[in-house]
Ligand binder design. Structure first.
Ligand code: 5AD
Ligand code: SF4
Length: 487
């Protein structure tokens, strides 16, 4: 098998280095412990003059939802006259957007806050946003008294007011109410990627998976009105975005609150119909709400990317019941069969947790057999991590760390072989690629296929970034493809 070029994009989700217990980055219905230092925008924002000279540094951990929240927060700050800087030392406001999906991610928050403290300049304000803010609340002030703002994602709507309080010198400002029916929308979002735009269509989660903190940290499900979504998609197209990724912890549980009552599948088609849009993605889907109408939409509209992320979590019906996933192994496999029968091939990726309390060797074997049966295109795998407030916290028969690590390694090796074979089967196939990266090596580029594979390729052409090109696959590894542009 030919080797793959290793430039920065390496997972199906196009993200960076995996964390220890994560097989690769995730398109998931939840949060990922991946650290991203946000770069300051290249162009100066249009400042209102309200905060002349004020600067902010924003660091983000977690999933695409957190990424996109940070884009919105950055937009709000820029519109208040702040300037974004690339180092906390140079900032008058340091914001830290946090993730609490697994213990390790949450633990990092306090060590990072400790680092910030050692460098804190006189008058510098430090704020904690996101899931750890929501989860720990005012406890953060007790453990890190140098923090002055604590705000969970369900309260971002209030961010301008909260910032005004911070700017007025208040010491302990909080936004912690997650009992809300509001969504966080702002016309001033400052997007990081010039080609692909994230767009949240549903926030929070009403499912009650026994292991998950999201319903506590992100509050109840709130969908955004379809006409507001479509208005923003038109604006994005006018700005030159050709790919949009609709986001939600359970994106396909979308319930249009407006009188149009658009179904999720109808919304997908309407977004794809917006002139200028070439690719529409969505993540993450919950198997329970994944219906035939979504598959029909994917079949009928090629602008809808042929990739579905459908987290299964376990291959054992017994464990799925304990997890309160609301489907059995067979019901999940029926959804897969529906996707496999589609008129065009659809890539399928998933999330799996190993070592859930009570997971026996036989349960784990069922998960391995599910991988063989489904033949996923990518897998994001996690060791079970007990989280505060979640029902699984008090479940008996915890699995030891050692055993969890062993199962994770076996799972990942199984999937690596599957992926290697699947990708090798793509040699000599042609893909349309949205070019998003240029290697330091001459004539080497990278991008994503519609099915969300990373492809590293050669081209003699210049200025390919942001364009769509045809690439012939000439080599494949488990995590990416290699190819050459065909003109
Ligand atoms: N422990 C381990 N993994 C978890 N996930 C969610 N909560 C936990 C937890 N407590 C995983 C699920 C989810 C993904 C984003 O993170 O697989 O789909
Ligand atoms: Fe996803 Fe379940 Fe967590 Fe909701 S509760 S975000 S469906 S894992």
């Amino acid at each position: 098998m030919a080797g793959t070029f290793d430039i920065s994009l390496d997972s199906l989700a196009g993200r960076s280095v995996p964390a220890e217990d994560v097989s690769s980055e995730c398109l998931s219905d939840s949060l990922q412990p991946i650290r991203k230092d946000r770069k300051a925008p290249k162009t100066a924002p249009c400042a209102t003059g309200m905060r002349d000279g004020a600067t902010f540094f924003l660091e983000t951990f977690g999933c695409q939802m957190n990424d996109h929240d940070s884009e919105k927060v950055a937009g709000v700050l820029l519109s208040r006259g702040y300037r974004q800087v690339e180092s906390p030392d140079a900032a008058s406001l340091v914001l830290y957007n946090t993730c609490s999906i697994r213990e390790k991610a949450a633990q990092k928050v306090f060590s990072r806050l400790g680092e910030y403290r050692t460098k804190q300049a006189a008058g510098q304000v430090i704020g904690v946003l996101g899931c750890v803010a929501q989860q720990e609340g005012e406890e953060i002030f007790a453990r890190a008294p140098w923090v002055s703002l604590v705000c969970g994602s369900a309260s971002y709507r209030k961010l301008p007011e909260l910032l005004a309080q911070v700017e007025a010198g208040h010491q302990r400002v909080t936004g912690l109410n997650n009992d809300t029916d509001e969504t966080f929308e702002t016309p001033v979002t400052r997007r990081d990627n010039p080609w692909r735009a994230y767009l949240t269509i549903i926030e929070g989660c009403d499912k009650a998976c026994a292991y998950c903190v999201v319903p506590f940290t992100r509050g109840p499900e709130r969908s955004r009105a379809s006409d507001s979504v479509l208005k923003e998609v038109r604006e994005l197209a006018d700005l030159g975005y050709s790919e949009v990724q609709l986001l939600g912890q359970t994106v396909n549980s979308y319930a249009d609150p407006s009188s149009r009552r658009m179904r999720f599948s109808e919304l997908l088609l309407a977004v794809a119909d917006v002139p200028g849009m070439r690719r529409v993605r969505f993540t993450t889907s919950h198997p329970r709400d994944f219906g035939a109408d979504i598959v029909a939409a994917l079949e009928s509209q090629p602008k809808l990317c042929n990739h579905v992320h459908l987290p299964v979590q376990s291959g054992s019906t017994k464990v799925l019941r304990e997890m309160v996933r609301t489907y059995t192994r067979d019901e999940y496999l029926e959804k897969i069969a529906m996707l496999r029968k589609a008129k065009r091939p659809i890539a399928i990726t998933t999330d799996i947790i190993v070592g859930f309390p009570g997971e026996t060797e036989a349960d784990f074997a069922e998960t391995l057999s599910l991988l063989e049966e489904v033949q996923y295109d990518a897998l994001f795998s996690f060791k079970y991590s007990p989280r505060p407030n979640t029902p699984s916290l008090s479940m008996p028969d915890a699995i030891s760390e050692e055993e969890k690590s062993r199962r994770l390694a076996v799972l990942q090796e199984t999937q690596r072989e599957i992926q290697g074979k699947r990708n090798a089967g793509m040699i000599n196939t042609m893909f349309e690629v949205l070019v998003s990266g240029k290697s330091r090596r001459e004539n080497q580029w990278s991008g994503h296929t519609s099915c969300h594979r990373v492809i590293n390729f050669t081209s003699q052409e210049q200025n390919l970034l942001g364009t769509y090109v045809q690439v012939l696959v000439t080599g494949a590894g488990p995590n990416s493809l290699a190819g050459e542009q065909v003109t």
